[in-house]
Design a protein around this ligand. Structure first.
Ligand SMILES: *Cc1c(COP(=O)(O)O)cnc(C)c1O
Length: 433
């Protein structure tokens, strides 16, 4: 066993201060992660309620007395208990499907604070959202505008719309999470936006209320937002010349978190610049909408996994763990980097280099490569910054049940999703008669 003095140089967890070492053991709030791993098994997602609260508060502080609606980009983590927490905090929600709307309503969220994004909305999804009374549809194409107008007219309703404009700015992030360049499938090209707004004005079933953009994710610089904002402000001016008056401006989500050594952008730094720019153009009356996802939950969660086998080979050394790409897809999908921390770090032998890989039959099934770790079979590892785009992307490939999810709250914890069983895996399947 290591003595505390050997462990003074433990790294600072990405979710600090809510994830922290106490006597050489990684804790979330007041609970040792090893205790949760033992009680519920692995792989296991563990979230900190306080970390979510703190991330929310950083937006509240940045907003001050300005008129801003935060619509949590819920595709980052849509567990009902997480949504319930955001609803309780007063958050709105950015949804991308009818399933997400149903989750919001089940969790007690306010449909009047919901904005509906996504490039492929179906007529029945539009109907459900209109019936629920969402705040706004973020429309991503002219074809969608026609469909929405038809659906709303048939229902005798007027659908509130923003057009999601693609401002063609480089968010300086991974190509797979960049959405505001003209080669991306998202939004309406800014050059044709004025024309699309004039069409919207002429359609019977829609009412223009806002202007929307979302340029990408894991953004750590202010400049891409300000570049987009300048283009949007110019468009707002142009539209008002056509008698089209924008009531709210939605700048989307995208603020980054700490995975490795990034310096996340504090919302106050971004918002102070945005407010100053809006004021200087006489747009103080505009309501601002934000759609943060990752920055509200990403650093609030870890994925716990147990080392099954150590497999040193001539070329590389593999630590085979019980979580795979089906549990956390980001490394396989984006070559994303996640920190790996043993929950009980060892100091009785020197670390060596390991590739942390899962049990799934794919070479893309890895969680971390080339990490210096002092580990043995049976050790529990925390994959850090797994609160966003973690469990939500999980699947059942290789007939692997999805992990359980736990929300820690001080000394207490709640099972917010049970581990799947074999029965869950085959639900809805039928043998031939
Ligand atoms: C994914 C998404 C968000 C949230 O993005 P984050 O990078 O997680 O903040 C917000 N708005 C839209 C339209 C999205 O697709």
């Amino acid at each position: 066993m290591s003595s505390p003095s050997d462990l003074q140089n433990l790294p600072q967890p990405a979710g600090f201060p809510h994830f922290h070492f106490v006597s050489g053991e990684l804790h979330v709030e007041s609970l040792a992660l090893s205790t949760l791993a033992k009680q519920y098994g692995t792989p296991l997602y563990v979230y900190s309620r306080a970390a979510i609260g703190q991330a929310w508060q950083s937006y509240v502080n940045a907003i001050g007395s300005r008129r801003v609606l935060v619509c949590y980009g819920m595709k980052a983590n849509s567990n009902l208990a997480i949504l319930q927490e955001f609803a309780r905090l007063g958050s709105g929600f950015d949804i991308v499907s009818d399933g997400e709307l149903a989750r919001v309503l089940k969790a007690g969220g306010d449909a009047g604070k919901v904005v509906f994004s996504g490039v492929g909305k179906q007529a029945w999804e539009m109907e459900q959202a209109l019936a629920a009374g969402v705040k706004c549809f973020n429309v991503e194409s002219v074809a969608e505008l026609h469909r929405l107008s038809d659906v709303a007219s048939r229902m005798g309703r007027l659908a509130p719309v923003s057009l999601r404009v693609n401002p063609d700015v480089d968010a300086q992030t991974h190509p797979y999470i960049s959405t505001g360049l003209k080669e991306n499938k998202f939004g309406i090209a800014i050059e044709t936006a004025s024309e699309a707004y004039q069409l919207a004005k002429s359609l019977p079933g829609v009412e223009v209320v806002g202007l929307d953009c979302h340029i990408g994710s894991q953004i750590t610089e202010v400049s891409p937002y300000l570049d987009a904002l300048d283009k949007l402000i110019a468009l707002i001016k142009e539209l008002s010349g056509h008698g089209i008056h924008i009531k709210h401006l939605d700048l989307g989500g995208g603020l980054g978190i700490r995975y490795d050594d990034e310096t996340p952008l504090d919302p106050s730094i971004l918002l102070n610049k945005v407010f100053a720019r809006l004021d200087s153009f006489g747009l103080t009356h505009l309501e601002l909408v934000l759609e943060p996802g990752r920055s509200l939950v990403g650093n609030a969660g870890v994925l716990l996994t147990e080392v099954q086998f150590l497999k040193p080979t001539a070329d590389r050394s593999f630590a085979i763990v019980d979580a795979g790409m089906n549990d956390l897809m980001r490394p396989a999908l984006y070559e994303a980097w996640h920190g790996v921390l043993p929950v009980r770090p060892r100091s009785d032998f020197a670390p060596t280099q390991w590739d942390v890989v899962g049990p799934v039959c794919e070479s893309a099934d890895w969680l971390a490569k080339g990490r210096m770790l002092a580990i043995e079979q049976g050790d529990v590892l925390a994959i850090e910054s797994a609160g966003a785009y973690g469990f939500v992307m999980a699947g059942n490939y290789n007939s692997r049940p999805k992990a359980a999810e736990i929300l820690v709250d001080g000394v207490e914890h709640h099972v917010i999703r049970e581990r799947e069983t074999f029965e869950d895996l085959v639900r809805g399947e039928h043998l031939l008669r």
